[in-house]
Design a binder for this molecule. Sequence first.
Ligand code: CDP
Length: 224
Amino acid sequence: MSSFDRFPLVVTIDGPAASGKSSTATAVAARLGVRHVDSGMLYRSVTAARLQAGDAPDLWTEQSVLEAARRVTLKPGETDFVPCIDGTDCGDALHGDAVTSTVSLVAKMSHVRAWVNIAVRSTAASHEVVVDGRDMGTAVFPDARLKVWLVALPVERARRRLLQRTGRAPTPAELSAETAELEARDLKDREQTQPAADAVWIDTTGISQDEQVGRIVALAEERR
Ligand code: CDP
């Protein structure tokens, strides 16, 4: 028996924007029978809550963002933890342009990061979890049983994100605009988007979703 056996399973899945972290983490959690926690959705929820005041994001103070964060909770669902604002699940609105273009500014705020990290860690105190984000395997769960770092070429990430959003193949103009948006967000997020030294790297550019999920589940089961 290893010393790990005393602790509940935590699998972290990190990587750059639209690298497939959330869909992969959802599928891995379902296959392992544990809950999924999406840290990006917490950053998005805090941003959405703060946006409701209507003032320009460049003027936001960290204190005012933290006040908005107090309205955000993680509600345990059947298979995940759902971020809610004033008790309501905001769903797709969290992926709208207003939130996406502002979230990196909020994610730079160190007290906001500390707040998100505490919220995410608290889920693992009572449940086995698969968590995804950018720094789950470094800042939040440095002792996680399994850490995965997902990468894919920017143009492939853009193609998948557009397909997910519109349900059809993107035009070349849409593809280049989305690739530029993802690369710009990668640049803004680069400080907190780093692989853990002991992460397993999976390049998903040429493999199917099923294959990448299968690889991660197999690794998690070996270490469980
Ligand atoms: O799904 P996508 O990769 O587009 O982004 P996300 O996971 O929903 O995260 C949205 C934003 O939250 C990112 O662009 C980062 O600014 C921030 N984030 C972060 O800083 N640290 C995390 N662990 C997760 C997200």
